[in-house]
Ligand binder design. Structure first.
Ligand SMILES: NC(=O)C1=CN([C@@H]2O[C@H](COP(=O)(O)OP(=O)(O)OC[C@H]3O[C@@H](n4cnc5c(N)ncnc54)[C@H](O)[C@@H]3O)[C@@H](O)[C@H]2O)C=CC1
Ligand SMILES: CC(C)CC(=O)C(=O)O
Ligand SMILES: [Mg+2]
Length: 351
C-alpha cells in the first residue's frame, strides 16, 4: 500500500502532518514517500509538478495532498504557477471524478453561518468532473485585439467525459437516497446543454435513481435556502469548484470538507477542498479535520478498508463531541485548540 504524500504550500504541511500521523496510528504498514508539488516545487525545480513527483505519484496507489499556492507565486507565468501543478497531477493521473461530501456533524450545527434548522442532518455529496471544462479547455490566453487586451478561455466537454462522470454520480446516488441533481447552465451555454442531454441519456441505465436538473445560479441559491433537498449533485469542473466551497459553509467551515479525486480504477488523490490558506499559514491554527477525513476517504475508496475509514470518521466525531475546536469552528464554551492538538485528540480517540 504505497502512498505519495504531497504537503504542498501554506497550511499544507501542517495539515498533512496530522493526517499522516492518523494513518500511521492505524498500524496498516503503509509505505509513504513525500515529494514536492506547487510553489515549493517551483522554487526548487522551476516546475510545479516536477518529474520526480510524477514518477512517485504514478507508482503510488494513492496520493495525499495538502494544498498548493500562495501570493508569492501569483505573478509567475501561468505554466509555472502552483495551481498548474495541481491541474497537472489531476490530468496526469486521470482523476476525473471528484467526490466532495458535505456532512454536518451535529456538534457543529451552531458553527454554520446558517440557522441550525436549515442545516441539521445535512448529508450531501457533490460529484464534480475534474479533468475537463474551462480549467483545461483550449484555446486560452490573453491577446491584443483592436488595441486592447482580450482574455479568453474555452468551456469544453466531450460526450464521453460527461458520460463517465454521469455513471459515477448515478452509482453514488444508488448507494444513497437515489436522488441525483445535475447542475448546468443550459439556458446560455451549448456545452452544458450537451451536459444535460447526456445526463438524460445516462439516466436510462439507472431507472431507480430520480434525476433532476437545476441551473447553476438557482443551485447556488438553493444550497443556502434549503440544502437538505439535495442528495447527490453532479456538475462540471468550475461549477463544482464553486458550489463545493459554498456547501462547505453548511458544514460549519471549509476546514471540514474532505475530497477524493478518483480515476476509473480507484486510484485516488485525497485532499481537503480548501486551499493553502496563506492568511493563517505557519501559525499552527489550521483545521486538519478535512485532511484527516480525506485520509479516511483514501482508506475507503483506494484501499477498500471500510472499517478503518469508519474508525477514523468516528474518531473525528468523538473529538467534536468532546468539544475540541480549531478557530474556524470555535464557539463559546468549547475547547479551542491548534492544528497539532486537534491531531493529538484524534489520535487519542482512535486508541
Ligand atoms: N486544492 C488546492 O490546492 C487549492 C489551492 N488554492 C490556492 O490557495 C491559495 C489561497 O486561496 P483562497 O482563495 O484564500 O482559499 P483558501 O481555501 O485557501 O482560504 C479561504 C479562507 O478559508 C480559510 N481556511 C481554509 N482552510 C482552512 C482550514 N483548514 N482551517 C481553517 N481555516 C481555513 C482561510 O484561512 C481563508 O480565510 C491560492 O493560492 C489558491 O490558488 C485554492 C483552492 C484549492
Ligand atoms: C486551485 C484550483 C486549481 C482548484 C480548486 O480550487 C479546487 O480544486 O478546489
Ligand atoms: Mg476550490
Amino acid at each position: 500500500m504505497k502512498i505519495c504524500v504531497l504537503p504542498g504550500d501554506g497550511i499544507g504541511p501542517e495539515i498533512t502532518a496530522e493526517a499522516v500521523r492518523v494513518l500511521n496510528a492505524l498500524d496498516l504498514k503503509f509505505e509513504m514517500e513525500t515529494a514536492l508539488l506547487g510553489g515549493g516545487a517551483v522554487d526548487a525545480t522551476g516546475n510545479p509538478y516536477p518529474e520526480a513527483t510524477q514518477k512517485l505519484a504514478r507508482a503510488a496507489d494513492a496520493v495525499l495532498l495538502g494544498a498548493v499556492g500562495g501570493p508569492q507565486w501569483d505573478s509567475l507565468p501561468r505554466e509555472q504557477r502552483p495551481e498548474r501543478g495541481l491541474l497537472g497531477i489531476r490530468k496526469d493521473l486521470n482523476l476525473f471524478a471528484n467526490l466532495r461530501p458535505a456532512i454536518l456533524y451535529p456538534e457543529l450545527a451552531n458553527a454554520s453561518t446558517l440557522k441550525p434548522e436549515v442545516v441539521a442532518g445535512l448529508d450531501i455529496l457533490i460529484v464534480r468532473e475534474l479533468t475537463g471544462d474551462i480549467y483545461f479547455g483550449q484555446p486560452r490566453g490573453v491577446r491584443e485585439e483592436n488595441g486592447e487586451r482580450v482574455g479568453f478561455n474555452t468551456m469544453v466537454y466531450s460526450e464521453s467525459e460527461i458520460r463517465r462522470i454521469g455513471h459515477v454520480a448515478f452509482q453514488a446516488a444508488q448507494k444513497r437516497n437515489r436522488k441525483l441533481c445535475s447542475v448546468d447552465k443550459m439556458n446560455v451555454l451549448e456545452c452544458t446543454q450537451l451536459w444535460r442531454d447526456v445526463m438524460i441519456e445516462v439516466s436510462k441505465d439507472y431507472p431507480d435513481v430520480e434525476l433532476s436538473h437545476m441551473l447553476v445560479d438557482n443551485a447556488a441559491m438553493q444550497l443556502v435556502k434549503a440544502p437538505k433537498q439535495f442528495d447527490v449533485m453532479v456538475t462540471g469542473n468550475m461549477f463544482g469548484d464553486i458550489l463545493s466551497d459554498e456547501a462547505s459553509m453548511l458544514t460549519g467551515s471549509i476546514g471540514m470538507l474532505p475530497s477524493a479525486s478518483l480515476d476509473d480504477k480507484n486510484k485516488g488523490l485525497y485532499e481537503p477542498s480548501h486551499g493553502s490558506a496563506p492568511d493563517i499559514a505557519g501559525k499552527g491554527v489550521a483545521n486538519p479535520l478535512a485532511t484527516i477525513l480525506s485520509a479516511a476517504m483514501m482508506l475507503r475508496y483506494t484501499f477498500g478498508l471500510e472499517e478503518q475509514a469508519v474508525r477514523v470518521e468516528n474518531a473525528v466525531k468523538t473529538v467534536l463531541a468532546q468539544g475540541y475546536r480549531t478557530g474556524d469552528i470555535y464557539e463559546r464554551g468549547t475547547n479551542k485548540v491548534g492544528t497539532k492538538e486537534m491531531g493529538d485528540a484524534v489520535l487519542a480517540a482512535l486508541a
